[in-house]
Ligand binder design. Structure first.
Ligand SMILES: O=C[C@H](O)[C@H](O)COP(=O)(O)O
Ligand SMILES: C=C(OP(=O)(O)O)C(=O)O
Length: 400
Protein backbone atom coordinates (compact mmCIF):
# COMPACT_ATOMS: atom_id res chain seq x y z
CA UNK A 1 0.00 0.00 0.00
CA UNK A 2 1.32 3.45 -0.84
CA UNK A 3 1.24 5.57 2.28
CA UNK A 4 0.96 9.30 2.43
CA UNK A 5 4.61 9.47 3.42
CA UNK A 6 5.55 7.58 0.25
CA UNK A 7 3.58 10.15 -1.72
CA UNK A 8 5.18 12.97 0.15
CA UNK A 9 8.44 12.92 -1.75
CA UNK A 10 6.75 13.18 -5.12
CA UNK A 11 4.43 15.81 -3.68
CA UNK A 12 7.48 17.72 -2.62
CA UNK A 13 9.17 17.49 -5.97
CA UNK A 14 6.02 18.04 -8.09
CA UNK A 15 3.56 20.34 -6.40
CA UNK A 16 6.04 22.21 -4.34
CA UNK A 17 7.98 23.16 -7.46
CA UNK A 18 4.86 24.18 -9.29
CA UNK A 19 4.08 26.37 -6.29
CA UNK A 20 7.55 27.79 -6.67
CA UNK A 21 6.79 28.88 -10.23
CA UNK A 22 3.69 30.64 -8.89
CA UNK A 23 5.81 32.41 -6.37
CA UNK A 24 9.02 33.78 -7.77
CA UNK A 25 10.53 34.22 -4.35
CA UNK A 26 10.23 30.56 -3.43
CA UNK A 27 13.17 29.50 -5.63
CA UNK A 28 15.49 31.39 -3.37
CA UNK A 29 13.85 29.71 -0.38
CA UNK A 30 16.09 26.70 -0.48
CA UNK A 31 19.32 28.58 -1.10
CA UNK A 32 21.56 29.28 1.87
CA UNK A 33 20.86 32.81 3.05
CA UNK A 34 23.19 35.45 1.63
CA UNK A 35 24.24 37.23 4.78
CA UNK A 36 25.70 40.23 3.02
CA UNK A 37 22.24 41.03 1.62
CA UNK A 38 20.50 40.22 4.89
CA UNK A 39 22.83 42.50 6.80
CA UNK A 40 22.52 45.42 4.42
CA UNK A 41 20.49 47.98 6.33
CA UNK A 42 19.36 49.55 3.03
CA UNK A 43 18.00 46.28 1.69
CA UNK A 44 14.18 46.32 1.83
CA UNK A 45 13.06 43.57 4.22
CA UNK A 46 10.81 41.85 1.69
CA UNK A 47 13.67 41.44 -0.78
CA UNK A 48 16.10 40.15 1.79
CA UNK A 49 17.08 36.51 1.43
CA UNK A 50 16.62 36.19 5.18
CA UNK A 51 12.88 36.24 4.48
CA UNK A 52 11.85 33.03 2.80
CA UNK A 53 8.27 32.82 1.55
CA UNK A 54 6.34 29.64 2.36
CA UNK A 55 3.57 27.81 0.58
CA UNK A 56 0.18 28.97 1.86
CA UNK A 57 -1.88 26.81 4.24
CA UNK A 58 -4.48 26.35 1.47
CA UNK A 59 -1.84 25.08 -0.97
CA UNK A 60 -0.42 22.56 1.52
CA UNK A 61 -3.90 21.38 2.49
CA UNK A 62 -4.67 20.98 -1.21
CA UNK A 63 -1.47 18.99 -1.78
CA UNK A 64 -2.06 16.76 1.24
CA UNK A 65 -5.85 16.79 1.64
CA UNK A 66 -7.90 15.29 4.45
CA UNK A 67 -10.54 13.02 2.88
CA UNK A 68 -14.17 13.85 3.73
CA UNK A 69 -14.69 10.67 5.71
CA UNK A 70 -11.57 11.39 7.78
CA UNK A 71 -12.79 14.93 8.41
CA UNK A 72 -15.95 13.35 9.84
CA UNK A 73 -13.78 11.08 11.97
CA UNK A 74 -11.90 14.10 13.38
CA UNK A 75 -15.25 15.83 14.09
CA UNK A 76 -16.48 12.73 15.89
CA UNK A 77 -13.35 12.53 18.02
CA UNK A 78 -13.59 16.24 18.93
CA UNK A 79 -17.21 15.70 19.92
CA UNK A 80 -16.33 12.65 22.04
CA UNK A 81 -13.73 14.67 23.94
CA UNK A 82 -16.15 17.55 24.37
CA UNK A 83 -18.82 15.10 25.63
CA UNK A 84 -16.36 13.58 28.08
CA UNK A 85 -15.55 17.05 29.42
CA UNK A 86 -19.28 17.93 29.59
CA UNK A 87 -20.25 14.72 31.45
CA UNK A 88 -22.48 13.65 28.58
CA UNK A 89 -23.66 10.15 29.60
CA UNK A 90 -22.14 8.10 26.75
CA UNK A 91 -18.59 9.44 27.30
CA UNK A 92 -18.55 10.61 30.94
CA UNK A 93 -17.60 7.18 32.25
CA UNK A 94 -14.42 7.21 30.19
CA UNK A 95 -10.93 8.42 31.01
CA UNK A 96 -9.14 10.66 28.50
CA UNK A 97 -5.61 9.34 27.99
CA UNK A 98 -3.28 11.53 25.93
CA UNK A 99 -0.17 9.48 25.27
CA UNK A 100 2.75 9.59 22.87
CA UNK A 101 6.26 10.89 22.39
CA UNK A 102 7.39 14.19 23.81
CA UNK A 103 8.06 15.13 20.18
CA UNK A 104 7.82 13.40 16.81
CA UNK A 105 11.22 13.33 15.10
CA UNK A 106 11.25 10.12 13.04
CA UNK A 107 8.24 9.29 10.89
CA UNK A 108 8.91 5.55 10.86
CA UNK A 109 8.99 5.30 14.66
CA UNK A 110 5.97 7.62 15.03
CA UNK A 111 3.93 5.41 12.69
CA UNK A 112 5.15 2.29 14.50
CA UNK A 113 3.96 3.81 17.81
CA UNK A 114 0.67 4.87 16.19
CA UNK A 115 0.02 1.34 14.92
CA UNK A 116 0.61 -0.15 18.37
CA UNK A 117 -1.62 2.46 20.00
CA UNK A 118 -4.43 2.00 17.45
CA UNK A 119 -4.40 -1.77 18.08
CA UNK A 120 -4.45 -1.31 21.87
CA UNK A 121 -7.21 1.26 21.54
CA UNK A 122 -9.44 -1.36 19.93
CA UNK A 123 -9.22 -3.39 23.13
CA UNK A 124 -9.56 -0.56 25.64
CA UNK A 125 -11.86 2.00 24.00
CA UNK A 126 -14.90 1.01 26.06
CA UNK A 127 -13.37 2.76 29.10
CA UNK A 128 -10.47 4.86 27.77
CA UNK A 129 -10.66 7.64 25.18
CA UNK A 130 -7.12 7.37 23.84
CA UNK A 131 -5.56 10.31 21.98
CA UNK A 132 -2.04 10.19 20.55
CA UNK A 133 0.40 12.99 21.44
CA UNK A 134 1.72 14.00 18.04
CA UNK A 135 3.70 17.16 18.82
CA UNK A 136 5.57 18.77 15.91
CA UNK A 137 6.37 22.09 17.63
CA UNK A 138 8.40 22.27 20.84
CA UNK A 139 8.61 25.31 23.10
CA UNK A 140 12.10 25.64 24.60
CA UNK A 141 13.13 27.16 27.90
CA UNK A 142 16.02 28.84 26.12
CA UNK A 143 17.12 27.12 22.90
CA UNK A 144 17.12 23.62 21.49
CA UNK A 145 15.51 21.59 18.70
CA UNK A 146 12.10 23.13 18.03
CA UNK A 147 10.41 20.16 16.41
CA UNK A 148 9.71 18.48 13.10
CA UNK A 149 7.82 21.48 11.73
CA UNK A 150 10.88 23.73 12.11
CA UNK A 151 13.92 21.56 11.61
CA UNK A 152 12.95 18.24 10.04
CA UNK A 153 16.51 17.27 9.17
CA UNK A 154 17.70 18.14 12.71
CA UNK A 155 20.73 19.95 11.30
CA UNK A 156 19.93 23.33 12.84
CA UNK A 157 19.52 24.88 9.38
CA UNK A 158 15.74 24.91 9.56
CA UNK A 159 13.55 24.13 6.58
CA UNK A 160 10.04 25.05 7.58
CA UNK A 161 8.60 24.39 4.10
CA UNK A 162 9.79 20.80 4.34
CA UNK A 163 8.97 20.62 8.05
CA UNK A 164 5.33 21.62 7.55
CA UNK A 165 4.99 19.20 4.64
CA UNK A 166 6.46 16.29 6.57
CA UNK A 167 4.43 17.17 9.66
CA UNK A 168 1.16 17.28 7.73
CA UNK A 169 1.95 14.06 5.85
CA UNK A 170 2.80 12.24 9.09
CA UNK A 171 -0.26 13.49 10.95
CA UNK A 172 -2.47 12.46 8.01
CA UNK A 173 -1.06 8.94 8.17
CA UNK A 174 -1.81 8.80 11.89
CA UNK A 175 -5.36 10.07 11.34
CA UNK A 176 -5.79 7.33 8.72
CA UNK A 177 -5.04 4.79 11.47
CA UNK A 178 -8.21 6.00 13.21
CA UNK A 179 -6.40 7.83 16.01
CA UNK A 180 -7.46 11.18 17.49
CA UNK A 181 -4.37 13.42 17.61
CA UNK A 182 -3.10 15.98 20.10
CA UNK A 183 -0.60 18.74 19.40
CA UNK A 184 0.68 21.78 21.21
CA UNK A 185 -0.31 24.94 19.36
CA UNK A 186 2.76 27.10 19.65
CA UNK A 187 2.73 29.38 16.61
CA UNK A 188 -0.78 30.39 15.47
CA UNK A 189 0.44 30.30 11.85
CA UNK A 190 1.53 26.66 12.11
CA UNK A 191 -1.97 25.80 13.27
CA UNK A 192 -3.42 26.98 9.94
CA UNK A 193 -1.49 24.21 8.18
CA UNK A 194 -2.54 21.42 10.55
CA UNK A 195 -5.74 22.32 12.43
CA UNK A 196 -8.12 20.10 10.44
CA UNK A 197 -6.20 16.97 11.59
CA UNK A 198 -6.29 17.67 15.31
CA UNK A 199 -8.84 16.53 17.90
CA UNK A 200 -7.31 18.05 21.04
CA UNK A 201 -4.84 20.90 21.45
CA UNK A 202 -2.56 21.93 24.30
CA UNK A 203 -1.45 25.41 25.18
CA UNK A 204 1.89 25.03 26.91
CA UNK A 205 3.03 26.32 30.28
CA UNK A 206 5.21 28.93 28.60
CA UNK A 207 2.40 30.46 26.52
CA UNK A 208 -0.79 30.20 28.60
CA UNK A 209 -0.41 33.83 29.63
CA UNK A 210 -0.06 35.08 26.06
CA UNK A 211 -2.98 37.09 24.70
CA UNK A 212 -2.18 35.92 21.17
CA UNK A 213 -2.59 32.30 22.25
CA UNK A 214 -5.83 33.08 24.04
CA UNK A 215 -7.17 34.70 20.85
CA UNK A 216 -6.06 31.66 18.89
CA UNK A 217 -7.89 29.24 21.24
CA UNK A 218 -10.99 31.36 20.86
CA UNK A 219 -10.80 30.66 17.11
CA UNK A 220 -10.02 26.91 17.30
CA UNK A 221 -12.70 24.30 16.67
CA UNK A 222 -11.52 21.58 19.05
CA UNK A 223 -11.21 21.13 22.84
CA UNK A 224 -8.12 22.81 24.27
CA UNK A 225 -6.22 21.94 27.45
CA UNK A 226 -4.32 24.82 29.02
CA UNK A 227 -1.27 24.06 31.13
CA UNK A 228 -0.63 25.74 34.44
CA UNK A 229 2.34 28.13 34.33
CA UNK A 230 5.94 26.99 34.74
CA UNK A 231 5.76 28.52 38.23
CA UNK A 232 3.12 25.94 39.14
CA UNK A 233 0.24 28.39 39.63
CA UNK A 234 -3.10 27.78 37.94
CA UNK A 235 -4.60 31.28 37.86
CA UNK A 236 -2.96 32.11 34.50
CA UNK A 237 -4.55 29.05 32.96
CA UNK A 238 -7.97 29.95 34.37
CA UNK A 239 -7.58 33.50 33.03
CA UNK A 240 -6.72 31.99 29.65
CA UNK A 241 -9.86 29.83 29.73
CA UNK A 242 -12.03 32.85 30.52
CA UNK A 243 -10.43 34.94 27.80
CA UNK A 244 -10.63 32.13 25.22
CA UNK A 245 -14.29 31.49 25.96
CA UNK A 246 -15.10 34.98 24.65
CA UNK A 247 -15.19 36.36 21.15
CA UNK A 248 -12.20 38.50 20.11
CA UNK A 249 -11.43 40.92 17.33
CA UNK A 250 -7.80 40.33 16.54
CA UNK A 251 -5.07 40.18 13.97
CA UNK A 252 -4.45 36.88 12.30
CA UNK A 253 -3.90 35.21 8.96
CA UNK A 254 -6.34 33.56 6.61
CA UNK A 255 -5.83 30.26 4.81
CA UNK A 256 -4.34 32.11 1.82
CA UNK A 257 -1.66 33.70 3.97
CA UNK A 258 -3.33 37.09 3.90
CA UNK A 259 -3.02 39.10 7.11
CA UNK A 260 -6.58 39.53 8.28
CA UNK A 261 -8.81 40.78 11.02
CA UNK A 262 -10.44 37.84 12.78
CA UNK A 263 -13.74 37.86 14.66
CA UNK A 264 -13.38 34.76 16.77
CA UNK A 265 -16.42 32.85 18.08
CA UNK A 266 -15.02 31.88 21.52
CA UNK A 267 -14.17 28.34 22.57
CA UNK A 268 -16.39 26.75 25.24
CA UNK A 269 -14.32 23.53 25.37
CA UNK A 270 -11.30 24.42 27.50
CA UNK A 271 -9.99 22.76 30.65
CA UNK A 272 -6.79 22.77 32.73
CA UNK A 273 -3.77 20.51 32.43
CA UNK A 274 -1.87 20.25 35.73
CA UNK A 275 1.85 19.76 35.08
CA UNK A 276 3.49 20.95 38.33
CA UNK A 277 6.04 23.76 38.29
CA UNK A 278 9.31 24.99 39.74
CA UNK A 279 10.01 21.54 41.14
CA UNK A 280 6.62 21.37 42.87
CA UNK A 281 4.04 18.73 41.94
CA UNK A 282 0.27 19.27 41.71
CA UNK A 283 -1.19 15.85 41.01
CA UNK A 284 -2.11 15.20 44.67
CA UNK A 285 -5.64 15.27 46.06
CA UNK A 286 -5.30 18.67 47.76
CA UNK A 287 -3.92 20.41 44.65
CA UNK A 288 -6.51 18.89 42.35
CA UNK A 289 -9.41 19.78 44.65
CA UNK A 290 -8.11 23.35 45.07
CA UNK A 291 -7.88 23.76 41.28
CA UNK A 292 -11.35 22.34 40.75
CA UNK A 293 -12.76 24.74 43.34
CA UNK A 294 -11.22 27.72 41.48
CA UNK A 295 -12.56 26.35 38.20
CA UNK A 296 -16.09 25.82 39.57
CA UNK A 297 -16.12 29.47 40.60
CA UNK A 298 -14.94 30.65 37.19
CA UNK A 299 -17.47 28.38 35.47
CA UNK A 300 -20.36 30.23 37.14
CA UNK A 301 -19.88 33.19 34.80
CA UNK A 302 -17.93 31.68 31.91
CA UNK A 303 -18.25 28.83 29.45
CA UNK A 304 -15.50 26.43 30.43
CA UNK A 305 -15.20 22.93 31.82
CA UNK A 306 -14.40 22.58 35.53
CA UNK A 307 -12.18 19.64 34.64
CA UNK A 308 -8.52 18.81 34.90
CA UNK A 309 -6.18 16.46 33.12
CA UNK A 310 -3.03 15.55 34.98
CA UNK A 311 0.17 15.68 32.94
CA UNK A 312 2.12 12.91 34.68
CA UNK A 313 5.39 14.17 33.19
CA UNK A 314 7.27 17.51 33.40
CA UNK A 315 7.45 18.92 36.94
CA UNK A 316 4.96 16.34 38.18
CA UNK A 317 7.44 13.54 37.46
CA UNK A 318 10.41 15.78 38.26
CA UNK A 319 11.45 14.67 34.76
CA UNK A 320 11.99 11.08 35.97
CA UNK A 321 10.01 9.33 33.28
CA UNK A 322 9.19 6.20 35.28
CA UNK A 323 7.50 8.30 37.96
CA UNK A 324 4.70 8.81 35.43
CA UNK A 325 3.44 5.29 36.10
CA UNK A 326 2.58 5.56 39.83
CA UNK A 327 1.35 9.13 39.28
CA UNK A 328 -1.15 8.02 36.63
CA UNK A 329 -2.32 5.15 38.86
CA UNK A 330 -2.76 7.47 41.86
CA UNK A 331 -4.66 10.04 39.82
CA UNK A 332 -7.06 7.48 38.39
CA UNK A 333 -7.63 6.02 41.86
CA UNK A 334 -8.64 9.52 42.96
CA UNK A 335 -10.90 9.81 39.92
CA UNK A 336 -12.57 6.53 40.87
CA UNK A 337 -12.60 6.96 44.64
CA UNK A 338 -10.54 3.81 45.17
CA UNK A 339 -8.51 2.98 48.32
CA UNK A 340 -10.55 5.10 50.69
CA UNK A 341 -10.31 8.27 48.59
CA UNK A 342 -13.41 10.34 47.98
CA UNK A 343 -14.07 10.25 44.23
CA UNK A 344 -12.98 13.32 42.24
CA UNK A 345 -15.08 13.26 39.10
CA UNK A 346 -13.50 16.55 37.90
CA UNK A 347 -10.45 14.52 36.84
CA UNK A 348 -11.04 14.02 33.13
CA UNK A 349 -7.84 12.23 32.24
CA UNK A 350 -4.09 11.86 32.23
CA UNK A 351 -1.28 12.77 29.86
CA UNK A 352 1.81 10.59 29.40
CA UNK A 353 5.09 11.07 27.59
CA UNK A 354 5.61 7.64 26.08
CA UNK A 355 7.52 6.19 23.14
CA UNK A 356 8.90 2.83 22.05
CA UNK A 357 12.10 2.78 24.11
CA UNK A 358 12.41 4.15 27.68
CA UNK A 359 14.34 7.35 28.43
CA UNK A 360 15.78 9.83 25.96
CA UNK A 361 18.96 10.63 24.02
CA UNK A 362 20.88 13.70 22.92
CA UNK A 363 20.69 14.52 19.22
CA UNK A 364 24.45 14.65 18.80
CA UNK A 365 27.61 14.04 20.74
CA UNK A 366 29.50 11.13 22.24
CA UNK A 367 26.33 9.55 23.60
CA UNK A 368 25.22 8.37 20.16
CA UNK A 369 27.80 9.78 17.78
CA UNK A 370 25.02 11.24 15.68
CA UNK A 371 23.36 7.82 15.23
CA UNK A 372 20.02 8.00 16.91
CA UNK A 373 18.53 4.97 18.65
CA UNK A 374 15.24 3.96 17.04
CA UNK A 375 12.10 4.83 19.00
CA UNK A 376 13.93 6.83 21.69
CA UNK A 377 12.90 10.43 22.46
CA UNK A 378 15.26 13.26 21.54
CA UNK A 379 13.47 15.69 23.88
CA UNK A 380 11.98 14.73 27.27
CA UNK A 381 12.43 11.17 28.56
CA UNK A 382 9.47 8.86 27.92
CA UNK A 383 8.23 5.58 29.33
CA UNK A 384 8.59 2.64 26.92
CA UNK A 385 5.86 1.05 24.83
CA UNK A 386 5.83 -2.03 27.07
CA UNK A 387 5.40 0.13 30.17
CA UNK A 388 2.70 2.14 28.40
CA UNK A 389 0.73 -0.92 27.37
CA UNK A 390 0.84 -2.38 30.88
CA UNK A 391 -0.15 0.97 32.40
CA UNK A 392 -3.06 1.54 30.01
CA UNK A 393 -4.39 -1.96 30.76
CA UNK A 394 -4.18 -1.20 34.48
CA UNK A 395 -5.95 2.15 34.04
CA UNK A 396 -8.63 0.31 32.06
CA UNK A 397 -9.09 -2.08 35.01
CA UNK A 398 -9.36 0.83 37.46
CA UNK A 399 -12.04 2.43 35.28
CA UNK A 400 -14.16 -0.76 35.46
O1 LIG B 1 8.17 18.95 26.77
C1 LIG B 1 9.31 19.22 26.50
C2 LIG B 1 10.13 20.14 27.26
O2 LIG B 1 9.87 20.03 28.61
C3 LIG B 1 9.92 21.55 26.81
O3 LIG B 1 9.94 21.59 25.43
C4 LIG B 1 11.01 22.44 27.39
O4 LIG B 1 12.21 21.88 27.15
P1 LIG B 1 13.59 22.55 27.57
O5 LIG B 1 13.45 23.06 28.97
O6 LIG B 1 14.54 21.39 27.47
O7 LIG B 1 13.90 23.61 26.58
C1 LIG C 1 6.31 21.43 26.55
C2 LIG C 1 5.40 20.67 27.11
O1 LIG C 1 4.82 20.87 28.28
P1 LIG C 1 4.86 22.16 29.23
O2 LIG C 1 4.28 23.28 28.43
O3 LIG C 1 4.01 21.71 30.35
O4 LIG C 1 6.28 22.38 29.62
C3 LIG C 1 4.94 19.41 26.48
O5 LIG C 1 3.96 18.82 26.95
O6 LIG C 1 5.57 19.02 25.51
Amino acid sequence: MTTRLDKQESALSDDCCSTATDNQNLDSTHQPPDNSAANDANQPLEKSLAVRPLETPRALKHRLPLADQLALQVDKHRQQISDLLSDTPNESQKLLVITGPCSLHDEKAALDYGRRLAALNEQLSDRLLIVMRAYVEKPRTTTGWKGLAYDPERNDKGDIQLGLTRSRALLLNLVEMGLPLAIEALNPMTMLYLDDLISWTAIGARTSESQIHREMISHLGMPVGIKNGTDGTVQNAINAMISASRSHHCLGMDIDGQIAMLDTPGNPDTHIVLRGGRGITNYDEVSIRATLEQLEKAAQDNQLHPKVIVDCSHDNSQKQHERQIPIAMDVVKLRQGINGHKQISGIAGVMLESFIEPGNQGMKGPENDGNLTYGLSITDACISWNQTETLLRELHELMG
